[in-house]
Ligand binder design. Structure first.
Ligand SMILES: Nc1ncnc2c1ncn2[C@@H]1O[C@H](COP(=O)(O)OP(=O)(O)O)[C@@H](O)[C@H]1O
Ligand SMILES: CC(=O)N[C@@H](CCC(=O)OP(=O)(O)O)C(=O)O
Length: 330
């Protein structure tokens, strides 16, 4: 005879409540596209990467359409170092010579992208790797950085000026998981290095995705970095616009990308801690969204949910379940 002890009963209740909490989110995102930016800094160890791959397959199996855009900044830097090629960052972007561009392409497409596709396919053979060069997915135009009001030339650095969504939609229709590396040819075919946050936002807007989630190596946007680790939970677009000129290093392209995404129609874009195992599932399928959520102006957040402030529904009303009903109606 086996007996269920009190502590075990409690943990069973907890497990059941996790499942019931996930249900509305599973319903909300079924059939929707979610763009996930997986930063090179979040790819810390094999267990974390495997958990990420599991989350992506979990989402797919629940009927969500995940589209992964991956970075690989630290991996590129390591390879450039090994080859004795110097590189520096300006305004959070890598100054990219033609020589460095060859390495960027090799590492992002041939190494980081291949690893990720392999990891996902070990769980379920649904991932297909591609870059902005494949199927004409991205066209780039040269990007200049603005530093202290001055425009600075970064070499072969681009931003996405056109997206051919057919290349991705075809894969989604075929039940695949696109895994995208952020390099892109300009209209003359010259391949440019595109920051992966920038590429993810351009893709999310073009696909009219429901959400964009960025996994990185901090808990979110710190209000007073590097002096404190207080995370900004919610950031309406107008506040972010004011903050942008003050931001530093990797947060410059990341927060610019979040702003572009919500300006382009997404209701929210989130930056979250990819060092937490299964951060993606926590962010998408639980009420307790972690990290920093950038929202369109005029939206209010409740847990990881957002709703139109104009609806005038008091949050205390919403907390007792009214909001779930409202959200289903909309
Ligand atoms: N206000 C801030 N809040 C959090 N991190 C910041 C902030 N400003 C700069 N950073 C830096 O930005 C980094 C994240 O950007 P980045 O290195 O480009 O990550 P990823 O590889 O995930 O794109 C953090 O590790 C941190 O060093
Ligand atoms: C122009 C530019 O800076 N490109 C990035 C592309 C990779 C990237 O964005 O990787 P993370 O997301 O890991 O930072 C780079 O060369 O590092």
């Amino acid at each position: 005879m086996s007996i269920i002890r009190k502590a075990e009963k409690l943990s069973l209740v907890e497990k059941a409540s996790i499942l019931t909490e996930a249900l509305p989110w599973l319903e909300t995102y079924a059939g929707k596209t979610v763009v996930i930016k997986y930063g090179g800094n979040a790819m810390i160890d094999e267990d974390l990467k495997a958990a990420f791959a599991q989350d992506i397959v979990f989402m797919k199996r629940c009927g969500v359409h995940p589209v992964v855009v991956h970075g690989g900044g630290p991996q590129i830097s390591a390879m450039l170092d090994r080859l004795g090629i110097t590189s520096e960052f300006k305004g959070g972007l890598r100054v990219t010579s033609p020589e460095a561009m060859e390495i960027v392409r090799m590492v992002l497409v041939g190494q980081v992208g291949r690893d990720l596709v392999g990891l996902i396919n070990r769980q379920s053979a649904l991932a297909v790797g591609m870059s902005g060069e494949d199927g004409g997915l991205f066209t780039a135009t040269k990007k200049l950085a603005r530093i202290d009001g001055e425009e600075v030339d970064l070499g072969l650095v681009g931003e996405v000026s056109m997206v051919r969504t057919e290349a991705i939609n075809g894969l989604i229709s075929a039940g695949r998981i696109p895994v995208v590396a952020s390099i892109a040819p300009d209209r003359h075919g010259v391949v440019h290095n595109v920051n992966a946050d920038t590429a993810a936002a351009a893709l999310a807007v073009a696909l009219q995705a429901d959400r964009m989630v960025m996994l990185t190596d901090v808990e979110g946007l710190y209000a007073d970095w590097p002096n404190s680790t207080d995370v900004i939970k919610e950031l309406p677009a107008s506040e972010l616009r004011t903050m942008l000129p003050e931001l530093q290093s990797g947060m410059v392209p990341k927060m610019e990308a979040c702003l572009k995404a919500v300006e382009g129609g997404l209701t929210r874009a989130t930056v979250t801690d990819g060092r937490v195992p299964h951060a993606l599932l926590l962010e998408v399928f639980t009420n307790a969204g972690i990290g920093t959520m950038v929202t369109q102006d005029g939206l209010v957040r409740l847990g990881s949910r957002v709703f139109p402030a104009a609806a005038g529904i008091p949050p205390e009303e919403l907390a007792n379940g009214e909001y779930a009903a409202e959200e289903k109606k909309s």
